[in-house]
Design a protein around this ligand. Sequence first.
Ligand SMILES: C[S@@+](CC[C@H](N)C(=O)[O-])C[C@H]1O[C@@H](n2cnc3c(N)ncnc32)[C@H](O)[C@@H]1O
Length: 334
Amino acid sequence: MTLEDILHMNSGSGDSSYANNSIFTNIVMQKTAPFLKRTIKGMANQDIFFDHCFMVADLGCSSGINTLLVAHDIINTVHELCQENKRKTPLFQVCLNDLFENDFNNLFKLLPAFYKTHRKDKCEKIGPCFVSAVPGTFYGRLFPDKSLHLIHSSYSAHWLSQVPEGLENNMLNMYIAKTSPLDVLQAYGKQFNTDFTKFLRLRYEEMAQGGRMVLTFHSRSSLDPTKDECSTFWELLTMSLLEMLKEGLVRESDINSFNLPFYFPHEDELRNIIEADGSFALDDMDIFEVNWDQHDTDCSNRVKKTTKLIRAVTEPLFTSHFGNSIIDELFKEV
Ligand SMILES: C[S@@+](CC[C@H](N)C(=O)[O-])C[C@H]1O[C@@H](n2cnc3c(N)ncnc32)[C@H](O)[C@@H]1O
């Protein structure tokens, strides 16, 4: 089985679902909203903007409300700009992309409310917005040549196309950790470089003349990936697996062969890849920290929320490798 067949966030809208635990990614999107607005405003002088239909793609949309909230923001910004420029607001096509196993049905159930708000907000001043799902990997072609005016992707492009090769030495780690040897760091960096370069080239083919792309990554602040503050959580999960190993609940060989398929790049790596590839010019780059539970002073509450989010994001990966009998125990131990 390939990663494409396994990877998805927890489905549905229940307690462990991504839809119910996407508050963190929602806060990230709120932080990037002014950036997205600025980008759209930068397109305002171009005729492309006033084409008959404004084509938007959200790549890695998942199954929660966030993708529709961002679509709503984009439509509002375009509409405001058209009014300022005394132009007719275009029709909108919003294409929601994710992998085949994504719970698109959960998204579809949110559409009636989305369409209703769309009509109400604009007092019927704009035509309909057409939302469609585009299942498939963003490491392959998803759209016709030169068709997209705006490509958006939040918290998704740090997922790799596969677990990097050559991680045999990453014993008792599931991601880059303090004890990971140099060749493991290099294997992750190389896989990200290959994947992100491919992503840029594919999007270049799909983007209309004058189009823009806004990408949000989980990145890291230190050049040294072993110093990544975010590795701590994966190290805690490894400790939890090791406890379960002592209890005979998991096999050591399974722990050794499990590695997570994402990479948190440093801003310099992103810049270098974009420049080396040359498909896109980098207009702007912003780095920000997100404290998603700043108003929650209760430490055990914060741990619970983080654990639920990590479970919603990674459970299918753990299940496909270790089986589903360990999941409750694994996340209980963290
Ligand atoms: C953490 S979720 C972010 C979802 C959404 N953008 C948000 O902000 O709430 C990351 C999503 O990226 C998707 N994803 C990962 N790799 C992908 C790929 N190669 N092609 C399409 N989607 C992918 C995952 O399935 C997942 O739904």
